[in-house]
Design a protein around this ligand. Structure first.
Ligand code: CAA
Length: 273
């Protein structure tokens, strides 16, 4: 199957209103070059629904041009307890249906549905932005995958990552498997996913899942420090460099060297042309 393309800026007709986001359990704020997405359904441990993923896609599709940094965080005791388990009941979440109704779709329609949900995650990798997941407490299933969708993960020392899907008879399908393998390697990814065990902060740091571990009270400050560092570099050079780094694994050394030259020619033209 061809890889799903991340939605581009402006690719969505409508922005979701703050009121609608609040109903879904999300907050979205933009302060200059920094956008913050808060999972804001703490009483349900920021459990995610179909509407969460559609709204994330809308946010990505309508991200203001000036934004360079996107922070994803969770309110309350957990980053996210994953999919709302009510989605697996026959009645589902009011107004959103359920997996049992979705499962009655034919395979092509169901796969298309999943690809739509994945759009909520894929845009976080766009070269023009750097996405940072600020993760504390539980990051389970879809919560773990949302953290994996971001470029960087700064975590509190109470973090608990768990890829629970295989324990529930499912696979992780919200774009998390590729970044997980790229971050920790195939053997460790198999270990983490096929046991559905919990990865704590020390291990997350050791295996490359987390860039930094701090006390829960220091998480917001650590994210701010990283943002300041990231904003200290040239915006267009940062985007071009991210493009190069993202493409590096799929290219040969020769191809990558050529790509470096092509990007640099553009940079020099922009700076001195
Ligand atoms: N869906 C719906 N409600 C959830 C939820 C979830 N995933 N996780 C927690 N909640 C609700 C609880 O039902 C409870 O609600 P009430 O107060 O109305 O009873 C409330 O949030 C608080 O939960 P707990 O009392 O359990 O809180 P805790 O702090 O003791 O435990 C937890 C937190 C370990 C995350 C625990 O709630 C838990 O195990 N949750 C379920 C996690 C899970 O199995 N998620 C699915 C992962 S698979 C996935 O995400 C897959 C996919 O995409 C297909």
């Amino acid at each position: 199957m061809a890889e799903a393309k991340a939605p581009q800026r402006g690719g969505y007709a409508e922005e979701v209103s703050a009121e609608r986001l609040a109903e879904i359990g999300l907050r979205f704020e933009v302060d200059g070059e920094i956008a913050t997405i808060a999972l804001d359904r703490p009483s349900k441990r920021n459990a995610q629904t179909f509407a969460t993923w559609a709204a994330l896609a809308d946010i990505g599709g309508n991200l203001p041009e000036q934004v360079r940094i996107v922070v994803v965080k969770g309110e309350g005791p957990s980053f996210s307890a994953g999919i709302d388990l009510q989605m697996f009941t026959p009645e589902g979440v009011p107004g959103q249906g359920s997996f049992s109704s979705a499962a009655r779709l034919d395979t092509t329609a169901f796969e298309q549905r999943i690809r739509t949900f994945q759009q909520g995650f894929l845009w976080l990798r766009r070269p023009e932005i750097v996405s940072i997941a600020a993760v504390h407490g539980h990051a389970i299933g879809a919560g773990f995958q949302l953290a994996l969708a971001c470029d960087l993960r700064i975590v509190a020392d109470d973090v608990k990552f768990c890829m629970k899907e295989p324990a529930m008879g499912l696979v992780p399908d919200l774009t998390g498997t590729k970044p997980l393998v790229e971050l920790v390697g195939l053997a460790k990814a198999i270990d983490i996913c096929l046991t559905a065990r919990t990865v704590l902060a020390d291990e997350a740091m050791r295996i490359g899942l987390a860039e930094r571990v701090v006390a829960p009270g220091d998480l917001a400050g650590a994210v701010q420090d990283k943002i300041a560092e990231l904003l200290s570099t040239n915006r267009d050079a940062a985007a071009a460099t991210k493009r190069l780094l993202q493409g590096a694994r799929a290219r040969t050394l020769e191809e990558q060297s050529a790509a470096e030259g092509a990007e640099q020619a553009q940079r020099l033209k922009a700076l001195f042309g």
